[in-house]
Design a protein around this ligand. Structure first.
Ligand SMILES: [Zn+2]
Length: 287
């Protein structure tokens, strides 16, 4: 599942290409992928354009010109947004082995056709993702359920300490919970805790102030670097430009169980189920 850095990357890419670009028409191949009566969705968007594209947590939010509604995209497990202009592609979301050059494929459920001939595909193999037209109330509803954005100024050490107060769960469950801090999933939680030298199964109420500070700094450091490297992708996924999320090369624990720790260079990384997820860590470097 894409996490904050992957969503941030596709949002930045799409922003430079489709903000202000008029949508000629939309092909709704699988209407159930839109949570809004089909008519409204098409009326709102055809012959119109997106005025702004931004990210909130792991959602892509497309603000609609001349409307108080936004189109919210939830990629979930296997959703993808792929933008195609001639033979150039920008892709974000779940990795795939499908050839982008054969788009649309059987997983292309919604296609936006822009006036300049470029296209935006919403693909989803398992159909857990969806698009939603959200009015201001609905946007508010989505927003209040979500925690603090870790790369924004609002994420201060004081705020983080406050969120951790009186929590009894382990630190991995806490960081995965989007109610507290958004955008971290399995990859970046494991990387963050390795960076902070804290074991993922540590109960939150056992953490020393100095450890909390290390975790706080690690969240920001790991996410910033991942955004800079355009996220992490697996399955040898590349877009037609040959771009691949480069953070893959910087992973220190995720996907490395059974291999030697890159920090102590002696201990073999272990994998256990923690917070219901496969979790990789170093028993020597993390306390
Ligand atoms: Zn180690």
């Amino acid at each position: 599942m894409p996490e904050l850095p992957e969503i941030e990357t596709i949002v930045r890419d799409l922003k430079t290409h489709i903000v202000g670009l008029s949508i000629d028409h939309i092909e709704l191949r699988l209407p159930k992928m839109v949570k809004q009566p089909e008519g409204n969705f098409l009326t709102l968007l055809e012959n119109n354009h997106f005025s702004k594209i931004r990210r909130r947590a792991k959602y892509l939010i497309f603000e609609i010109n001349n409307s108080t509604n936004s189109m919210v995209v939830h990629l979930r497990m296997t959703g993808q947004m792929i933008y195609k202009r001639e033979n150039n592609f920008l892709a974000g979301g779940h990795g795939t082995k499908e050839d982008l050059k054969t788009l649309p494929n059987k997983f292309s459920h919604i296609i936006f056709y822009f006036v300049d001939g470029s296209q935006l595909f919403f693909n989803d193999m398992r159909q857990f993702g969806y698009l939603e037209i959200a009015d201001e109330n609905r946007m508010q509803e989505i927003d209040v359920k979500l925690g603090v954005e870790p790369l924004e100024q609002e994420f201060t050490l004081e705020k983080f300490e406050k969120l951790l107060e009186k929590k009894k769960v382990n630190i991995k469950s806490f960081l995965l919970n989007q109610k507290f801090v958004v955008g971290l999933g399995n990859i970046y939680v494991d990387e963050t805790l390795f960076d902070a030298e804290v074991l993922p199964n540590r109960p939150v109420n056992s953490l020393a102030k100095s450890e909390i500070k290390k975790i706080y700094k690690a969240i920001i450091r790991v996410l910033r670097q991942a955004v800079k490297e355009r996220g992490t992708t697996f399955n040898d996924y590349r877009d037609a430009n040959g771009n691949k999320g480069n953070f893959f090369n910087f992973l220190k624990v995720y996907g490395r169980s059974g291999k030697k720790c890159k920090r102590c260079k002696s201990n073999v990384l272990k994998k256990n189920k923690i917070a219901g997820r496969g979790t990789v860590y170093c028993r020597v470097c993390q306390k």
